[in-house]
Design a protein around this ligand. Structure first.
Ligand code: FAD
Length: 311
């Protein structure tokens, strides 16, 4: 199954396959498992249900690698709309948003970084007005420096903006040290892209070891670690490291993806931990779905059945 990971990640960037797969309705079993809907109304409903169950949420309006200025602006408008709706429903104490910079202009050929920064500022402003925060997702390694530079700029005006670091990159332990300062919200994940061996660990065990080293840095530091993993061993290690570092629940949080290990999400929340679920929504679910399949190729037959039956 591990052999399927790389081809699936390569397919996640294939336009012809995307065109074929995207003809599946969002209601198709495999898509609905990971994406609750396409609209603001659908994601706000899904958020309200999680929050009623004691789980916080971070919402991701799906889309990435945008090379169209209007589409980048439409993405900003979608975030502003969902933040307004969350605020109207009184949900912003428990709900924030996650943003991919490549969806708001970072990949544009001229001034991409500047456009992404301005667009991110607009979303941060809307989030602050709504009483909540933004976390910048991390994409493939070619964007890491640019994303961290934009984060530094954003944090001058919006210090509450969250960062994401990926344990599979060799550089990440150092990045954790640089970001483990007071008030700094940092999500640590394993990393979801197809990365070459000169920048990333290839072996799962090496990635896990790196994750633990990074966890130690973040939990010993002054920031607010957001521990994003479904891996039962890493959840256990994180819990014991948190108590070893004298961290009370609430001075860090666990994060998982919508539809993955929901029972574990509830178990942790009932045990008094802060748990946040990442909820993607919108029509551009193809790249996200392919990364989830690459992590869990066992779901491939379910995926193919959904594709053939379109249900
Ligand atoms: C809140 C959150 C935000 C994230 N943000 C980013 C980001 O900005 N950038 C980035 O590169 N990556 C991001 N990721 C993805 C992350 O990098 C991993 O690819 C993903 O979380 C799988 O790694 P894992 O730690 O769960 O461990 P794994 O070893 O992949 O999985 C551990 C266990 O979790 C379960 N599991 C994992 N994946 C699935 C699945 N698809 N379906 C069913 N069960 C599954 C299985 O039981 C598996 O044995 C994010 C993940 C989370 C939880």
């Amino acid at each position: 199954m591990a052999l399927l990971r790389q081809p699936l990640l390569l397919l996640s960037r294939s336009t012809p396959v995307k065109s074929l797969v995207s003809t599946m309705p969002v209601s198709a079993g495999i898509v609905r498992r990971y994406v609750p809907g396409e609209t603001t109304a659908a994601v706000v409903e899904a958020s309200a249900a999680e929050i009623a169950d004691g789980i916080r949420v971070t919402l991701d309006f799906l889309g990435e690698d945008t090379t169209d200025l209007e589409q980048a602006e439409a993405t900003v408008a979608a975030y502003v709309e969902v933040l307004r709706e969350l605020s109207t429903r009184g949900l912003t104490r428990q709900a924030e948003v996650s943003v991919k910079l490549s969806a708001i202009g970072q990949a544009l050929p001229d001034n991409g970084e500047k456009i992404a920064l301005e667009n991110a500022r607009a979303i941060c402003r809307a989030a602050r007005n709504a009483g909540t925060t933004v976390t910048l997702d991390m994409e493939d390694h070619t964007t890491t420096d640019s994303t961290l530079a934009i984060l530094r700029d954003l944090r001058k005006d919006f210090p509450e903006t969250g960062a994401v670091l990926q344990a599979y990159l060799h550089r990440t332990e150092d990045d954790c040290r640089a970001l483990a300062y007071e008030g700094s919200r940092v999500r640590l994940c394993k990393g979801a892209y197809n990365e070459p061996e000169d920048v990333a660990f290839q072996d799962d065990l090496e990635v896990d070891r790196s994750y633990v080293r990074c966890l130690k840095v973040l939990l010993a530091g002054q920031g607010y670690p957001m521990i994003a993993t479904h891996d039962p061993r890493l959840v256990e290690i994180a819990s014991s490291l948190a108590s070893r570092h004298g961290r009370e629940p609430g001075s860090y949080e666990f994060q998982m993806l919508y539809g993955i290990r929901p029972d574990e999400q509830r178990r942790l929340a009932r045990a008094g931990e802060t748990v946040r679920v990442y909820i993607p929504y919108g029509t551009e679910w193809y790249g996200y779905l392919m990364r989830r399949l690459a992590e869990r190729p066992q779901n491939l037959s379910f995926f193919l059945r959904s594709l053939i039956s379109r249900k």
